[in-house]
Design a protein around this ligand. Structure first.
Ligand code: C5P
Length: 219
């Protein structure tokens, strides 16, 4: 059974997806981490994401592995490295490139095949798994989202201001919602959850209740 969770940056969807997967005993796939890994591969090679021919050549030689809770790129564990703010910005530029979206969507379908899994990202319910059993769109007020990201980055020792986080988030949101290929939006059959005033535990509890109802309805 596939559960999809889509939503903008900082909406709390990763925490919710991880918590939900743990409660259900499902696997968890962070598809944003896959876009970040491709972005890191380009940054490491000094390739501009706008150079689609060069990007495609990198995809041909890239070795991306997603063991539970980790991201391994070309044999190196990059789980922490892909969390840098610069990688996030490049990831959202890489995400507009159709060949990257096709490549990663195929990987995501291959990973999810035959498994009980929570797949989290921007296009999981709309483009990658349109027939998923249960779909969510998790969102929150932009300032609340930026404040969450800001705290995470401070905890990691990055030196940023809240205004910088807000500006970068706005830039990423705009690119994600306005791109032609699989833009960020709620699937018509997704349950929309606004997390602005909800605790992480409340969000997981709400999602779990809905998934259990979905699963029962399918029996
Ligand atoms: O979720 P996260 O912030 O780690 O994702 C990084 C970037 O990857 C996003 O800004 C978005 O542009 C892109 N992405 C995407 N489709 C997905 C997951 C992430 O376009 N399914």
């Amino acid at each position: 059974m596939i559960v999809t969770i889509d939503g903008p940056a900082g909406s709390g969807k990763s925490t919710a997806a991880r918590g939900l997967a743990a409660r259900l005993g499902f696997d968890y796939l962070d598809t944003g981490a896959m876009f970040r890994a491709v972005a890191l591969a380009l940054l490491n090679r000094g390739i501009d994401p706008a150079n689609h021919v060069a990007v495609e050549a990198v995809l041909d030689e890239l070795l991306l592995d997603m063991p539970p809770g980790r991201v391994v790129l070309d044999g190196r564990d990059v789980t922490a490295a892909i969390r840098a703010a610069a990688v996030a910005q490049t990831a959202s530029k890489v995400a507009v490139v159709p060949v990257v979206r096709r490549f990663l969507a195929a990987e995501q379908r291959r990973i999810a095949e035959g498994r009980d899994i929570v797949c989290e990202g921007r296009d999981q319910g709309t483009a990658v798994f349109p027939d998923a059993a249960c779909k969510f769109f998790v969102t929150a007020d932009p300032r609340a989202r930026a404040a969450r990201r800001f705290r995470e980055l401070l905890d990691k020792g990055e030196s940023v201001t809240l205004e910088e986080v807000l500006a970068s988030q706005h830039e990423r949101d705009t690119r994600d919602t306005e791109r032609e290929d699989a833009p960020l939006r709620a699937a018509a059959d997704a349950v929309v959850i606004d997390t602005t005033d909800l605790s992480a535990d409340d969000v997981v509890a709400r999602l779990e209740e809905i998934v259990r109802r979905c699963a029962t309805a399918r029996l």
